[in-house]
Design a protein around this ligand. Structure first.
Ligand code: 5CA
Length: 159
């Protein structure tokens, strides 16, 4: 294995710290979007666990929604769960709270603890893939690994 870029290595370190034996891979092809990530590893787009950052409009708290790459997030449902409206997070906000750029935001290893919701549609697969810190890095995991790594709450995400 080649040396990982610093951002991808931070995700590898976070996985190691949790005690999951999962390996970050860095690819030459882009994995910036779910479609590109699925193409790069040869899986269905629904098997991509995309880590989306939202923020609560009034109290400005980050929220992480880990959604199947095939789904659009029902923001109304997230709002109900958080108890206030949900706004889109911009690139600076994402970077400030996670430490990573959009297109590479991983489900773990953020700068701060972020309340996390996991799409129930991800649980049907044996293997899924998540971003690993850069728009060229991914790691393969099971839905059980994802639950363990994030302590996320499983919910219905899709619209
Ligand atoms: N590496 C891939 C597969 S895991 C990935 O990160 N995909 S993603 O879907 O999770 O990340 C892209 C997401 O970033 C988009 O779905 C979108 O919600 C968000 N995004 C893209 N551009 C912006 C932007 N300008 N401001 C806020 N969010 C954005």
């Amino acid at each position: 294995m080649g040396k990982l870029s610093p951002s991808a290595q931070r995700v590898q370190d976070a996985l190691d710290a949790i005690g999951l034996r999962l390996e970050v891979v860095e690819l030459s092809s882009s994995t910036r979007t779910s479609a590109e990530a699925a193409m790069a590893v040869g899986c269905d787009v629904a098997q991509i666990a995309k880590s989306l950052i939202f923020r609560t409009c009034q109290t400005d708290r980050p929220v992480l929604v880990i959604a199947s790459g095939a789904n659009r997030v029902n923001e109304k449902h997230i709002a109900e769960l958080m108890g206030e409206d949900i706004c889109k997070a911009d690139a600076d906000y994402v970077r400030k709270h996670t430490g990573f750029v959009i297109g590479g935001v991983p489900p773990v290893g953020h700068l701060e603890r972020i309340p996390t919701f996991i799409d129930e549609d991800l649980l049907q697969f044996q293997e899924i893939w998540a971003a690993a810190g850069t728009p060229h890095a991914l790691f393969k995991l099971s839905p059980e690994d994802l639950l363990r790594a994030t302590s996320g709450k499983v919910i219905a995400v899709r619209r």
